[in-house]
Design a protein around this ligand. Sequence first.
Ligand code: UD1
Length: 418
Amino acid sequence: MDKLLITGGNPLNGEIRISGAKNAALPILAATLLADTPSYISNVPHLRDITTMVSLLGRMGVEFIVDEKLNIEANSSNVHTFNAPYEMVKTMRASILVLGPLIARFGKAHVSLPGGCAIGARPVNLHIQGLRAMGADIQVEEGYITAQAKRLHGATLCMDIVTVTGTENLMMAATLAEGVTLIENAAREPEVIDLANCLNSMGAHIEGAGTGTIRIEGVEKLSGTHYSVLPDRIETGTYLVAAAMTGGKVKVKKTDAGLLDAVLLKLLEAGATITRGDDWIELDMQGRRPRAVDIHTSPYPAFPTDMQAQLTAMNTIASGVGMLTETVFENRFMHISELQRMGANIRLEGNTAIINGVESLQAAPVMATDLRASAGLVLAGLVANGETLVDRIYHIDRGYERIEEKLTQLGAQICRSH
Ligand code: UD1
C-alpha cells in the first residue's frame, strides 16, 4: 500500500497550478448519461475517484475516449446496463450520482446504497424522497435502490437538509421530467452551479443554481456538449494552508479566488497577506507563525467541511487557542487522534475541537482515514520535526492530483513509497 514520507521544516515557496474540481467533474461525468450525443469534458482532474466514475459509467455502456491531457469524450448513445454495484459504490459514495440520470433518461436504475463511511452515516433518503415525489417507483431492498418510472414529472421539493449530491441528483433528474421542478433549500455550492451550467449547455432549462431555490423546466432531450470543469477550491485552499503553516509564500494559478471567500478570510485572520487576480491567489506568510482561528463548518457560502481537517492542522501549531465546530458530518474528527500522536494539544467536546497551539509537532507514523483527514496529516507532516510516514494514502489519491509532485515543486521534502 502506498505511503507518503515527509520530512518537515521547509517553508513552501513557488507557484503551482490547480486542477479541475473533483466534486464538479463527478456529477458532470454522471450527467453525460442524460445526453444522446457525445460530450467533451475538459479540465478533468487525474484522480482515483474520476477513474472509478469512468469505470462505473463504462460498465453501463458509456463509451469513453480519453486523451493524454485527460480531456474526456463520453458517448452515452449505447447504454445497456443500469446498475451501480456495491463493489463500486462502496469505494466512492458519489456513485449515487448516476441514480437521477438513469431514471430520468432510461426509466430504470439499480444502484447500491452507499452505506456509512469514516465520517458518518451519510444517508441518501433525500435523494430517494425527491425522486419519489417526481413519480419514480422506488424499492429499497437488500442494500439496493431499485427505481422505475415511465417519465418523471415536475414537483416542488423542499429539502430538509442542504445536500450537495442530493441537489445535483434531483436537478439532473428534473432536466428530462415533464413540467417544472422547484428544489427549495437547495445546496448553493459552486459545483452545483457548474453542473447546472453544463446541463444548460446540453439544452436543459435551469435557473437559480447558486441560490436556495433552483427551478428546472423539463425538456424532451439533452444533447452532448463541450464543457470545462471549474477549478478545485478545496485543493486551492489546501495549498494555501500549507503555505500559511510553513511560513512560506505560494501562488496558486488556474484557480478562482471568488470560490473560497470564507477560507481566505480565515487565512487573513491567521496573519497571512493575500493578493488575488482573476485566476490566481498568492499567500505570503513572511516566515511568521499563524494565529489560531475559530471555525464553524456549514454549507456554502460558509466555511466548507472539506477544509476543516486542514485548518485543524494549522491550529495545532498556531499561536493561541482555536475552536473548531463541525456541523455538517457527525464524525469528521478522525484526524485528531493522529494529530495528538504528533504532539498536538486538542480536546474534543461533542462536535467542537478546542486546539491549543504548540510550538512544534513531532513526526510520527500516522494513518489516513478519509480524504480530507489525510490532507490534514500531510500538512502536519510538513511542519513536524523529523520524518512523518502517512499510511493508507489511497484516500488522498481519491482527491488530490499528484500531491507529492506539487508539494515538491514548492520545496517540500516528500516522496511516495510503495
Ligand atoms: C458532498 C461532497 C463532499 C462534502 C459534502 C458537504 C461531493 C461528491 N461530495 O458530499 O466532499 O464534504 O458535500 O459539503 O460533492 N444527508 C441526509 N440525507 C440525504 C443526504 C444528505 O441526511 O439524503 C446529510 C448528510 O448525512 C450530511 C449532510 O446531509 O450530514 C450533508 O451531506 P451532503 O451535502 O449530502 O454530502 P455529499 O453530497 O455526500
